[in-house]
Write a protein that binds this ligand. Structure first.
Ligand SMILES: Nc1ncnc2c1ncn2[C@@H]1O[C@H](COP(=O)(O)OP(=O)(O)O)[C@@H](O)[C@H]1O
Ligand SMILES: [Mg+2]
Length: 334
């Protein structure tokens, strides 16, 4: 094994355990879309959540913000501990003091979320008013301060502008500013740079890191692209077919201890040598509702043995040095 052991964590800010999310389908058994999410987010930590599209990342995010699709999706079992609450079981009233206030949220579709007929200042002041820790500083001064935090130059000009006058990258900075305006303890960023061009993506990622350092908040940063979050996160949680299958420090992940993570690493575009074909992960992830017994990666895994196809999906287990893997044969990886 490689890398220094992760420091012993203080009590985590977020502790998700055994989380299972289902979609109701009339009289039939609910469809499980998340089945075994287990991970922690420490205070001040940036944790990456990666996995192919459809692996359940957004469902996990939505359970952390209390916005699972109203029609159908529900938490079947498990706990989501956050600052003394179990978010898996609180009611809508309790959510109102948490969602957008103690836990901020940005998504790829947030770009559409800015109000086209409100100035940036008006939108930021609305977000600032969500701050529960009422503060003497005027919301006008705080609006300007927020644009400084998200590194927008000439904030006094931008405050008077409307969203359509800003570039995509600038708009995403404004969205981040309004998400952090109520001083949340946790920011959930679900693919926050999808649709932005590559240089802007890298800038926004860097910005999230700066904000974390400035404000000391924790961030859950979701991406289907391991390379994108590699520079930003301290710890990475890998999801496959509704389950968390590996967690490790970002440096440790260079030596994956789950064959799926290894496949993700191999498929990273930047690792493809010039002239060499881009490596992709063989096969498709198993469709929700048709998960086989045992490990859901077994059909795509060249290390799979007969024990991999039996019983429940293998749970994440600690494998030392602060990391964990759901692979029964993790010790056969180099
Ligand atoms: N409203 C919904 N109704 C039924 N199934 C859904 C709904 N939203 C998502 N799903 C299914 O849940 C699974 C997980 O989706 P999602 O969390 O969005 O994955 P990811 O964010 O990793 O791409 C997918 O198979 C998706 O098709
Ligand atoms: Mg998603």
């Amino acid at each position: 094994m490689s890398g220094a052991p992760l420091p012993v964590p203080a009590p985590a800010l977020v502790d998700v355990s055994g989380l299972r999310i289902g979609i109701r389908q009339g009289s039939r058994e609910p469809l499980r879309v998340v089945d075994r999410a287990d991970f922690q987010i420490g205070r001040g930590e940036i944790v990456g959540l990666v996995g192919e599209s459809g692996s359940g990342k957004s469902m996990v995010c939505r359970s952390l913000i209390g916005t699972l699709p109203r029609r159908g999706a529900f938490i079947m079992s498990g706990r989501i501990e956050f600052a003394g609450h179990d978010l898996a079981s609180i009611d809508e009233r309790a959510w109102r003091d948490i969602r957008g206030k103690k836990i901020g949220y940005i998504t790829q579709s947030a770009l559409a979320g800015l109000n086209p007929v409100m100035t940036i200042e008006a939108q930021l002041r609305e977000a600032i008013d969500q701050d529960l820790s009422a503060n003497a500083e005027s919301s006008a001064a705080r609006a300007k301060g927020l644009l400084d935090v998200v590194r927008i130059r000439r904030p006094e000009v931008v405050l008077r502008q409307f969203p359509h006058q800003l570039s995509g990258g600038m708009r995403q900075r404004v969205i981040i500013a309004s998400a952090i305006a109520p001083r949340p303890q946790l920011l959930v960023a679900d693919e926050p740079t999808t649709g932005l061009d590559v240089t802007v993506q890298a800038e926004i990622m860097k910005l999230l890191r700066t904000i974390q350092a400035d404000m000391g908040l924790s961030i859950l940063l979701v991406s289907h692209d391991l390379a994108l979050i590699d520079d930003v996160c301290e710890k990475v949680v890998v999801m496959h077919a509704g389950a968390c299958i590996e967690t490790a420090g970002v440096e440790q992940l260079a030596k994956p201890k789950h064959p799926y993570t290894a496949a993700l690493q191999r498929s990273r575009i930047e690792l493809a040598a010039p002239g060499q074909e881009l490596v992709t992960i063989v096969g498709r992830p198993p469709a929700v509702g048709s998960w086989q017994a045992g490990c859901r990666f077994a059909d795509r895994c060249d290390m799979a043995r007969s024990d991999c196809r039996q019983g429940d999906h293998p749970p994440l287990r600690p494998i030392g040095q602060g990391r964990s893997s759901a692979c029964l044969h993790w010790d056969r990886l180099p």
